[in-house]
Design a protein around this ligand. Structure first.
Ligand code: GLU
Length: 472
């Protein structure tokens, strides 16, 4: 026992490069016990992306090693851990595709075991009772921190040490008889046979104490990997105030779970090259916890949006179409009478521009309703400018007799008129776009007009002109 403990301390205190060698030795010659990781959230009704990223890394590590990934719900705070909060958590995991290998363990079912372990520590003289604050409520059970520096090896941060004098004794059971987080967390990890604890680096301070508890409980100490935080542009922990921060936010906004999974995986980890879109299976085979970056990872919503777009681009046409139609239906923009041909042409035209399904509404809603909104700035710049409406109406006059009404004829009429007027084609292109779509930008104008069709284009120009004509 002493020999084993000494050996552990010796390995644990080795400098980092040497430790890696030891790690490599174990990897090749004595593959460590079956890897078992866990996600141990405290349900609050929201699942923060930082938490789900920790879950993803635990899941990837276990899957890569052919081990197991378990779920423990730390639901001892009964007020916050409502059935709805727990359901939100389970839904988020299911949505993003994190399956677990056993039934979840609910921490609240283990309180007896936690209290029993505290009693045992008492009876071994490793803990003592104290009336904290002399409340007269009863005595707390307090763990006696060993009189030594606490040291552990962290897969991310290397060897971490805290001097004995800065580690106070630790309350295990409050005077009201409830076990604290540290006791419950450590005992449940022991009970579940967790070999690797991968969690946020806000838990490092706790870990010095947890290691002492493992030793006092005569239990094997798991390996630790403390992940850097997800931060905002200012380097502060990323929160709701900085933008969407919960899994549910992204789900509601129509993000694809595989895109969020991919993005969060790369937020702080890299496969060693600059690939960005990596399938889940490939990520499992490439995942190496040592490649998690030590610096905090900065959340970048634009990049996530781009990543989602990359997944949409790669999606089979039919699936893409169905996704768009679902959003249009939800927004009341869908009519069953739309022809298949029309829908296909709209989606073809828009496909490259849509990075997230709801974009179909903001970027292409005008294909599905006459009640499209006008972008105010675009109207001021392109329609309300001196002479713009007159020019637009002249263009309309040319459209009236145009047959066929297709990309070539529209383009040649527009360019011809611009030349006659002595203006650049942009002097017509921009106003007609704003008039017929309400938007300052969009797909290729001539194709867009062809798809809308002559009658609608003429109607829309008339309506726009009536609406914004200053002499009306
Ligand atoms: N319930 C704790 C948390 O969500 C667990 C931390 C851990 O993974 O050990 O922060």
């Amino acid at each position: 026992m002493n020999y084993a403990a000494d050996l552990c301390t010796c390995i644990v205190t080795l400098p980092n490069p040497l430790y890696n060698l030891v790690d490599a030795f174990f990897f090749f010659y004595k593959r460590p016990m079956n890897v078992r990781t866990r996600f141990a959230p405290s349900p609050t009704g929201h699942v923060h992306i930082g938490n789900i990223r920790a879950a993803i890394y635990n899941w990837l590590f276990a899957r890569h090693e052919g081990g197991q990934f378990l779920l423990r719900i730390e639901d001892t705070d009964r007020e916050r851990s409502t059935p709805e909060a727990i359901q939100t958590l389970l839904d988020a995991m299911n949505w993003i595709g994190l399956d677990y290998d056993k039934e979840p363990l609910y921490q609240s079912t283990r309180i007896e075991a936690h209290l029993e372990a505290a009693e045992q520590l008492l009876s071994k003289g490793l803990a003592y009772k104290e009336d904290k604050g002399n409340t007269g409520q009863g005595e707390a059970i307090v763990f006696r921190m060993p009189d030594k520096d606490m040291v552990f090896h962290d897969k991310m941060k290397g060897t971490l040490r805290k001097p004995a004098e800065s580690l106070n004794d630790l309350v295990l059971v409050r005077s009201n008889g409830t076990p604290v987080f540290h006791l419950a967390n450590v005992l449940d990890d022991i009970e579940m046979g967790i070999t690797h604890v991968i969690r946020g680096d806000d838990h490092i301070e706790n870990t010095y104490r947890h290691v002492a508890l493992y030793e006092a409980l005569d239990a094997p100490i798991p390996q630790f990997a403390h992940l850097p935080m997800i931060v905002n542009r200012q380097g502060k922990p990323y929160s709701k105030r900085d933008g969407d921060a919960f899994v549910g936010d992204f789900r509601e906004k129509g993000y694809l779970p595989e895109a969020l999974f991919n993005y969060l995986t790369l937020l702080g980890w890299s496969p060693g090259d600059d690939r960005e879109k990596i399938s889940r299976d490939e990520t499992i085979s490439l995942f190496d916890i040592k490649r998690v970056k030590s610096a905090p990872a900065q959340m970048d919503l634009d990049k996530l949006y781009w990543m989602n777009g990359a997944y949409l681009q790669a999606m089979p046409n039919d699936q893409f179409k169905q996704g768009c139609i679902a959003v249009l239906k939800k927004q009341g923009l869908w009519t069953e009478t739309l022809s298949e041909d029309y829908i296909d042409r709209v989606f073809d035209l828009m496909r490259e521009r849509i990075k997230c399904f709801p974009d179909i509404v903001s970027l292409a809603g005008f294909f599905f309703t006459e009640e499209y909104d006008y972008d105010e700035k675009a109207v001021n710049k392109r329609i309300k400018k001196e002479g713009a409406l007159d020019r637009l109406l002249k263009l309309k006059d040319q459209f009236v007799d145009l047959a066929p009404f297709d990309v070539e004829t529209i383009e040649s009429v527009l360019r011809g008129l611009a030349e006659d007027m002595g203006i650049s084609p942009g002097g017509l292109i921009h106003p007609v776009r704003v008039a017929t779509s309400g938007l300052p930008m969009g797909p290729s104008l001539f194709e867009m007009l062809e798809v809308l069709g002559k009658d609608r284009v003429i109607e829309r120009i008339d309506r726009t002109s009536a609406r914004f004509n200053p002499n009306r």
